[in-house]
Design a protein around this ligand. Structure first.
Ligand code: SAM
Length: 245
């Protein structure tokens, strides 16, 4: 049978595609792409012509089956998303799971991914971190998620859209507290920028210059002092409750 190649593509700067990714894209029988028009432009830039199959969020299940059949017939297939690493806040996971079930080889090629770049550049603790991807668009669910992770002592990494970043920052300040954070904007692009400060300062920055472009939002994990404080509060609450009952 054939092999599935997971091929990361640039997140802005086209020089960030690897030699190996280019070779695989040239050699495979077909490329499954999140947005075929987008991928055609990328391939044209590198002078590659290839049969494309659309594979996106809304047809992931049915198209996975179709791709599995082609792989079982011996075709080699590359999977790309619009930018960065497929499977990271992008389609891919379902197909990869299905391949593993069917004993089809999956080879992941290394390459650009915004969260890791943002983390390394942030200056926050990189020894332990949690990738959260996109928070839910619904305020209630977003807040529930933040409640769930507020006691984590690892650096938190989020993806966010510019028109939602202020609401998200506000919820984070409410629930996580005014921690240190970073917004990494337009990574690898001409206007790459890092906005550093505490979350309130970042929020205030966006009041003056409205958020634009692609961005990774990071904040530090809970500090040990804050953790102690929270435990103390929880303990006090418990003793009050016990006193009442
Ligand atoms: N698969 C991609 C990856 O590996 O990073 C992520 C895809 S996700 C649909 C798109 C989000 O990634 C954007 O909303 C933004 O949060 C982040 N992102 C992608 N490119 C970026 C860039 N050049 N600079 C900052 N953030 C970026």
């Amino acid at each position: 049978e054939g092999k599935l190649y997971i091929c990361p593509t640039p997140i802005g700067n086209l020089e960030d595609i690897t030699l190996r990714t280019l070779r695989i894209l040239k050699e495979v029988d077909a490329i499954a792409a999140e947005d075929t028009r987008h991928t055609i432009r990328l391939l044209r830039h590198f002078d590659i012509q290839k049969f494309l199959i659309s594979y996106h969020e809304h047809n992931e299940k049915t198209k996975s089956q179709y791709l599995i059949e082609r792989l079982l017939q011996g075709e080699n297939i590359a999977l790309v998303s619009d930018a960065g690493m497929p499977g990271i806040s992008d389609p891919g996971e379902i197909l990869i799971k299905r391949c593993i079930e069917e004993n089809i080889n999956v080879e992941v090629l290394p390459g650009a991914t915004a969260g890791i770049m943002g983390l390394v550049a942030s200056g926050l603790d990189t020894r332990q971190f949690a990738f959260e991807g996109f928070l839910n668009r619904e305020k209630k669910k977003r807040k529930e998620r933040l409640e769930k992770i507020k006691d984590q002592d690892r650096t938190l990494v989020f993806y966010e859209a510019p028109h939602r970043i202020k609401d998200t920052l506000k919820d984070m300040i409410d629930i996580l507290g005014n921690r240190r954070g970073v917004v990494a904007r337009e990574l690898t692009k001409k206007y790459e920028e890092f906005i550093r400060g505490n979350l309130q300062e970042i929020y205030d920055h966006f009041l003056e210059s409205p958020p634009k472009g692609e961005m990774v939002l990071l904040c530090e994990g809970i500090s040990s002092e804050e953790e102690e404080l929270r435990q103390q509060e929880a303990y006090e609450e418990l003793t009050i409750k016990q006193h009442i009952t």
